[in-house]
Design a binder for this molecule. Structure first.
Ligand code: 4AZ
Length: 842
């Protein structure tokens, strides 16, 4: 009987629970009926209770079951209500986001008074409030009126052009879908278009609802919310300092205890002056300015377009930089830890840079011209003129720069200095060697204008007169870099001109193995037997004078053997040539190198096998394959600068290094990137200095050394002669037209080409470039392979060296258009300097 009743009871409970499910579903759909449904549920529960009570004997278990159901339902309903409220108040709110703009403009015809420096003064408020209303009314009557929230005038500064410079924040609240409506250009255009200027008085000052505003001074930049909250009024982390007297240093010392915040120091100086900031020392964690950094702005608000300089690493040698006007903002982002900034700032009176130079005849340097404010960084805006007066019309002016070159301007803008020499325009560029710019007209006028987006490196040049009819001394050759080198040095296999102009159109040096003439230095101890009996390869460990064709041992002694590094034989007396040689040896996994691979030929390539190229890395940007790289150590990779040159590509957080991988998607290790170091002279137009280092966040696990291993760096003297066979590897496209990237790592064999051959294909290529390919073009690198290795062995079975980095080329796989690679041997000091400074070991 109990059992039968129990079964019936079970049946009715199932029915009830079905009913309950229906009503709960109703509740979740219509939140407003929650109470009614609850009421219904209670009634149903009471009915069931009454029904349950009908049997003469009450079953306590039965009541407990019902109670449990009720509690479950109530909890469920409460959860639904809370979720709905959360959705209404949090998620829906989040779908509207704040968009922040920092802006400034000059209000003319107003006299600045010192009280304006204090944002809480009544004078400030009576000036700022009407301006705030004007801006508000402009945007309230514009196409973005519904999105506009507020304007806050944060600062008023005096201005070198007169009037008052107004610095303000604007906030828009924008549903996600409408974000494009408040783009930087749109918001800026609204303000600009609201200024009415008269063509008649030809002034840039017009009227913004009655306010005299200089239309040329309007600048609006989108800004970060964190910058807004940390600088807008009420922030505890803003300091203001004023330099009223020129040349008086005001100390600036910051000891971070705030950690995790962005703090600002606003500097202003007397009208007519500019500000010089000197950073004496800065101690921060290097992180590409992601965690720690000091941004210096040429404005009073953190405006993206006004960044003067970014200090992303510690500074130990003082650096000074100057502003364009009398305002500057220091924006510190410091994480917890002992972070220290020491420095000072001062007001400088602007001076005209105009120089009259009387140049005497005769050899030797007559003086030095320097960039404005030298040795301070080059400002964003400057102008300087040098007028040379010569003693004879037969004389010209030779300007010898340390690390700078002038080239005729083409259709592009000058990025590192604009020069006008006798009405001809040149662009300046930084380079790692000296150049001589020769002006062959008498009494020339040289005008220089700063044209960099940020503060740039300073430069200097020694000047001398030279004989226009005979620029170089007797017995010398004029290089296209303007340098003069001894004629005997032409075609000697050494780049004496620094641009190889002394080494082009040279016939291959004859192999003078016998007789009295000496054998060309390129053939001596280059690892190849060039003379019968191999006498060119004997006594290679003997000491020689240090030059580009000798190997420098750790103790500074140079030996003749060019490829001494990691060749398995100790050649240096101190054995340093065999130190640090745990590299370039694919090891156990790769037993038979030329083993048959699946036949998938791509730009002449075939599938690689597991462990064959353990230094090969696949670099993924935002989850997509973008470039290749090579492993240099447990903490560093090397790649091409052009992979990271655009702003969005320079954020290390967006990159992942897939290591120890044969098939895409099966990496043995995926590493995060801490920092990207792009070569400071990288030239995006001609791909010169196309090299970058990537520091990993964490060392890759040593347990993976079977799959991941560094490649050896060549010695600066390393030579592989024309025709030497090397391998290029990567997951790049298999042809120019290809739309699908291969899954398996591809390898293709290519031959090193002479620089002359390379120039025959491409015209001028820099000494930092190297060509490799096959005449038919069949084997080549392509898009997606960039940054990856060109791996070479001195001899079969030897260690592999990173001879090149995939850089550029005309298309892919075209006949007589070889791949162009970054010549790694030219960058050994640069690589070592960066890796040593920032710690190879993590
Ligand atoms: C590229 O776009 C690229 N054929 C790389 C290498 C070559 C061409 C293009 C050489 O990344």
């Amino acid at each position: 009987m109990d059992a039968a009743r129990g079964g019936g009871g079970q049946g009715s409970e199932d029915d009830a629970s079905q009913e309950d499910t229906t009503s709960v579903a109703d509740v979740s759909v219509e939140v407003a009926t929650v109470d009614a449904s609850l009421h219904k549920l209670c009634r149903r529960y009471n009915r069931r209770r009454r029904r349950a009570k009908k049997p003469k004997k009450t079953n306590p278990l039965w009541n407990l079951q019902n109670l449990a159901i009720l509690i479950t339902v109530v909890v469920f309903v409460v959860v639904v209500i809370m979720w709905s409220l959360l959705w209404v108040f949090i998620f829906r709110r989040e779908s509207n986001s704040g968009v922040y703009f920092a802006g400034m403009f000059r209000v003319a015809n107003v006299e600045f008074i010192p009280e304006y420096r204090h944002a809480d003064s009544s004078e400030f408020l009576s000036m700022a409030n009407p301006i705030q209303h004007v801006i508000t009314s402009v945007y309230r009557t514009s196409s973005v009126s519904r999105l506009y929230k507020q304007t806050i005038i944060s600062d008023l500064s005096n201005n070198n052009k007169g009037g008052v410079l107004v610095h303000f924040w604007m906030v828009f609240v924008v549903p996600h879908l409408k974000t494009p409506a408040v783009c930087e250009e749109c918001v800026s255009a609204i303000l600009r278009d609201s200024v009415f200027t008269s063509l008649k008085n030809r002034s840039s000052v017009g009227f913004l609802q009655g306010l005299p505003v200089d239309i040329d001074s309007i600048l609006v930049n989108v800004a970060l919310r964190s910058d807004y909250t940390s600088t807008a009024m009420g922030s505890q982390c803003v300091d203001k300092l004023y330099a009223g007297i020129p040349d008086v240093s005001i100390p600036l010392n910051v000891f971070s205890s705030w950690g995790g915040l962005t703090c600002h120091i606003k500097l202003t100086s007397a009208p007519g002056s500019i500000i010089r900031l000197t950073v004496r020392s800065l101690r921060i964690e290097p992180s590409d300015c992601i965690y720690d950094g000091l941004n210096v702005y040429d404005a009073l608000l953190p405006m993206r377009g006004m960044i003067l300089y970014r200090f992303c690493e510690s500074v130990s040698v003082p650096v000074s930089l100057v502003s364009t006007s009398n305002v500057m903002l220091l924006s510190f982002s410091l994480t917890q830890g002992s972070k220290i900034f020491r420095g000072h700032f001062q007001a400088l009176l602007e001076e005209e840079c105009m120089n009259l130079i009387e140049l005497p005849a005769g050899p030797g340097d007559a003086g030095v011209i320097t960039s404005p404010f030298y040795p301070n960084l080059l400002p964003r805006q400057c102008s300087c003129t040098w007028k040379f007066q010569m003693s004879s019309n037969a004389l010209g002016v030779a300007l010898r720069f340390q690390n700078y070159i002038l080239k005729l301007k083409d259709s592009q803008n000058c990025e590192h200095g604009w020069w006008k020499v006798n009405e001809i325009i040149y662009c300046g560029n930084y380079i790692d060697h000296s150049t001589v710019f020769r002006i062959s007209t008498p009494n020339p006028e040289v005008v220089f204008r700063c044209s960099s987006r940020n503060a740039d490196q300073p430069f200097n040049a020694t000047y001398s007169s030279y004989n226009i009819g005979q620029p170089c001394p007797e017995g010398h050759f004029l290089c296209t870099t303007g340098l003069c080198v001894e004629k005997a040095r032409r075609c000697d296999g050494m780049d004496d001109c620094q641009d190889e102009s002394d080494e082009i159109f040279c016939s291959k040096p004859p192999k003078l193995c016998g007789g009295s003439s000496t054998l060309h230095p390129l053939y001596i101890c280059n690892g190849e037997v060039d003379c019968s009996g191999g006498k060119d390869e004997t006594n290679c460990t003997q000491e020689t004078s240090c030059s580009g064709v000798s190997y420098r041992c750790g103790d500074g002694v140079c030996i003749l053997k060019k490829n001494a590094k990691c060749d398995g034989a100790p050649d240096c007396f101190d054995r340093s040539d065999e130190n640090d040689c745990a590299c370039g040896n694919p090891g156990v996994l790769k037993r038979v190198f030329d083993s048959a691979s699946p036949q998938q030929r791509i730009v002449g390539g075939v599938n690689a096998v597991e462990g064959e190229w353990p230094w090969q890395v696949s670099l993924h940007f935002s989850g997509q394959l973008y470039c290749g790289a090579s492993v240099l150590s447990d903490g560093w990779l090397i790649s091409a600068a052009h992979c990271f040159s655009k702003e969005r590509l320079s954020d290390p957080r967006q990159w992942m290094a897939h290591m120890g991988m044969l098939n895409q998607g099966s990496a043995k290790h995926v590493a995060e990137i801490r920092r990207i170091v792009v070569h400071e002279y990288y030239n995006a137009r001609i791909f010169d200095y196309d090299i970058a280092l990537l520091q990993l966040k964490k060392a890759w696990p040593i347990s993976l050394e079977q799959y991941i291993q560094p490649i050896c760096l060549p010695a600066p003297s390393q030579t592989f002669s024309e025709g030497h066979r090397c391998w290029v590897t990567g997951w790049g496209y298999r042809s120019e037209q290809d739309k699908v990237l291969p899954t398996v790592l591809q390898k293709a064999e290519v031959s090193i080409l002479s620089q002359s051959e390379c120039k025959r294909s491409y015209g001028p290529v820099s000494p930092r470039m190297l060509c490799a390919g096959v005449p038919s073009g069949e084997q080549d690198a392509c898009r997606g392979d960039s940054g990856g290795p060109l791996s070479c062995q001195a001899h079969s079975g030897g260690r592999w060296f990173l001879t090149g980095i995939v850089s550029w080329g005309s298309g892919c796989g075209r006949p007589n258009l070889p791949g162009v690679y970054t010549r790694v041997a030219k960058f050994i000091d640069w690589i070592q300097r960066h890796i040593d400074a920032k710690g190879t070991k993590l």
